[in-house]
Design a protein around this ligand. Structure first.
Ligand code: SF4
Ligand code: SF4
Length: 290
């Protein structure tokens, strides 16, 4: 079973539209939406949920005020997240589950409990099975949640005899990204010719390189700044990173998303043909290596 993660470093590069287009071109794949903070692959793939599971992220402090608390205020004084108020109530959205209050409480009045932070889903889409998740408001994406979405995708692939997992990765270079690329066969970095995107491309490439995962690059909206596009090409050439293709700026990307379709379904012109070529190249790198 092969695994491909599509990442971008920053949001708004068209990463999810590319992942969705790949979903409609892949023959026998499972899809994993690991961009759990801004999950929007479902807007295009429209999953029909078959199974829902609770996700417990951070723990939360729980105080037995009635029987055990002696109002010594030690928890209030020692919580550096200001998650305990003067009435010794836990302010749920501030609690990081660090456990300092449990440690300082002289009467063992505090314990850490599981907190439901979101939900994991197993779904079916018109292109194949999908694993995804949603976080409750104010919850932060974590490597743990990304790992669970990937584990569910792997189980689905084994059960349904799929030979490929296509992962829509999270932005940035933090823990969720590392969880989304660890152990995959290929990373596709979707970038665009802006200074911030180039900066992020370099950072995200370094992360993939550090974990010894081969990278390829797709330059989206290459025609909005040809000089910057040439800088990306130079960077890729200096670092032996294959460029699987370039896409011009085209409103079709937004229009297809608004219509809830992949670019391949939305139109059959030049732009989707380019994506088909990019998919074929990416697929061949997946199978034979970079
Ligand atoms: S677990 Fe940490 S963050 Fe939460 S209330 Fe206790 S000290 Fe504060
Ligand atoms: S540290 Fe324990 S006993 Fe002291 S106020 Fe907090 S909960 Fe109550």
């Amino acid at each position: 079973m092969k695994q491909l993660t599509v990442i971008s470093g920053k949001g708004g590069t068209g990463k999810t539209s590319i992942t969705a287009a790949f979903a409609s071109l892949a023959n026998n794949a499972v899809f994993a939406d690991c961009d759990v903070d801004a999950a929007d692959l479902h807007l295009i793939l429209k999953p029909r949920i078959k199974k829902t599971m609770s996700f417990h992220g951070l723990k939360i402090a729980s105080i037995d005020e009635e029987d055990k608390c002696i109002n010594c205020m030690k928890c209030y004084e020692n919580c550096r997240f200001n998650a305990i108020d003067e009435e010794i109530n836990v302010i749920e959205e501030r609690c990081e589950g660090c456990g300092v209050c449990v440690y300082v409480c002289p009467t063992k009045a505090i314990e850490l409990k599981d907190r439901e932070s979101g939900f994991l889903y197993i779904s079916e889409t018109r292109f194949g099975p999908m694993s995804h998740a949603i976080l409750k408001t104010a919850e932060e994406a974590s490597g743990k949640l990304v790992t669970m979405v990937r584990e569910n995708a792997k189980k689905l692939a084994l059960e349904e005899k799929k030979d490929l997992i296509i992962i829509d990765g999270p932005p940035g270079i933090g823990c969720p990204v590392i969880s989304a690329i660890t152990g995959v066969d290929l990373v596709l970095i979707v970038t665009e010719p802006t200074l911030s995107a180039i900066h992020d491309l370099k950072r995200v490439f370094d992360v993939a390189k550090h974990f010894d995962i081969p990278s390829t690059v797709l330059i989206n909206k290459y025609d909005i700044n040809i000089d910057n596009t040439n800088d990306i090409i130079d960077f890729c050439s200096e670092n032996d990173i294959p460029i699987v293709g370039r896409l011009p700026y085209d409103e079709i990307v937004t229009k297809a998303m608004v219509d809830g379709k992949t670019i391949i379904e939305y139109s059959n012109g030049e732009f989707p043909n380019r994506i088909k070529e990019i998919w074929m190249k990416t697929h061949s790198f997946l199978n034979r290596g970079v």
